[in-house]
Design a binder for this molecule. Structure first.
Ligand SMILES: [Cu+2]
Length: 307
């Protein structure tokens, strides 16, 4: 009955059904008893009610029964939870990288993917890594969910049981586009997985401009479009050489976007705020990118200038 989409699903579902069963038993039992007493002891047909206090028997019953039920829930819960923290030694390692607001999966050797492709019937350990704020890796069908906290090493593991596509969500509210932080887990046959992994380009091999690769891999494009569309941040199209109004120290000033301005926008984004956009959304990349990488990004942004 409890065969879920992963090896861990059964333990979670059994605990859930136990709690649901107890809840249904009590809501039906208590309501029925209540209705029965209202009718059976109707005040018009019976003697007036009397007040009495103290009943050792009753007190023992209502202490012992709930204690047993709570222990039972604990035992089922523990049986479901304990295996979640015991990763088999032969599990394959994949790092889930969370950033506002997308998931990427690192298979090692620079191989990154936006969807989580995995072979069926094989244990996988997901190392959880956040580059900005708290996120949560949640794959409901597999009954796995763990926090992804910057600077903290967390993990989860599971064995997918069936081929197919499953939803991958972020379970922690992580800002404006949190609800869009979804992707797919695609479970495929072992051979198809090997082929897919082979065909995945190592990041260094993507024949893009280095700066564009950095924009994609650092997650800039989640907030900045390249085609003129307004997202959370201003588009990068035509950003170089653009004359626009920025708010600096509470003052609106006209500024032309040049090398120095772009550099300061990346390492100190909230200093000059582009008018019409919110403060505090973009984090400083001073520590996340090297000077050379920022130079490559700026180099690429120049190629998007309006000619
Ligand atoms: Cu998130």
């Amino acid at each position: 009955m409890f065969e879920g989409a992963s090896n861990l699903a059964g333990g979670v579902d059994r605990t859930f059904m136990l709690i649901l069963g107890i809840a249904i038993f009590f809501i039906v039992g208590i309501t029925t008893f209540m209705i029965w007493t209202v009718i059976r002891y109707n005040r018009n047909k019976n003697q007036p009610a009397k007040q009495f206090t103290g009943s050792v028997t009753l007190e023992i019953i209502w202490t012992v029964i709930p204690s047993i039920l709570v222990m039972l829930i604990f035992v089922y819960g523990w049986k479901g939870y304990a295996p979640m923290r015991k990763v088999p030694a032969d599990a394959m390692n994949v790092t889930a990288i969370a950033r506002m607001w997308e998931w990427s999966f690192d298979y090692g050797n620079g191989k990154l993917s936006k969807i989580l492709v995995l072979p069926v019937d094989k244990a996988v350990k997901m190392n959880l890594h956040s580059v900005d704020v708290n996120h949560g890796l949640f794959i409901p069908a597999f009954r796995v969910k763990e926090d992804v906290v910057p600077g903290y090493k967390n993990y989860l593991w599971f064995i997918p049981k069936f081929k197919g596509d499953y939803d991958v969500l972020c379970s922690d509210y992580c800002g404006l586009q949190h609800s869009g932080m979804n992707t797919k887990a695609r479970i495929v046959a072992e051979g198809d997985f090997a082929k897919w992994l082979d065909s995945l380009p190592a990041t260094g091999n993507i024949p893009d401009h280095e700066g564009l690769t950095l924009l994609k891999n650092t997650g800039c494009v989640a907030c900045h479009s390249l085609d003129g569309a307004k997202l959370v941040g201003p588009t990068f199209k035509g950003v170089y050489g653009k004359k626009h109004v920025v708010i600096s120290n509470g003052q609106e000033i006209n500024m032309e976007s040049n090398d120095a301005y772009l550099l300061s926008s990346v390492i100190d984004p909230n200093k000059d705020l582009v008018k019409g956009f919110n403060k505090g959304l973009m984090q400083s990349y001073r520590e996340k990118l090297t000077d050379a990488q920022i130079a490559q990004i700026i180099d690429y942004l120049k190629t998007l200038a309006d000619k």
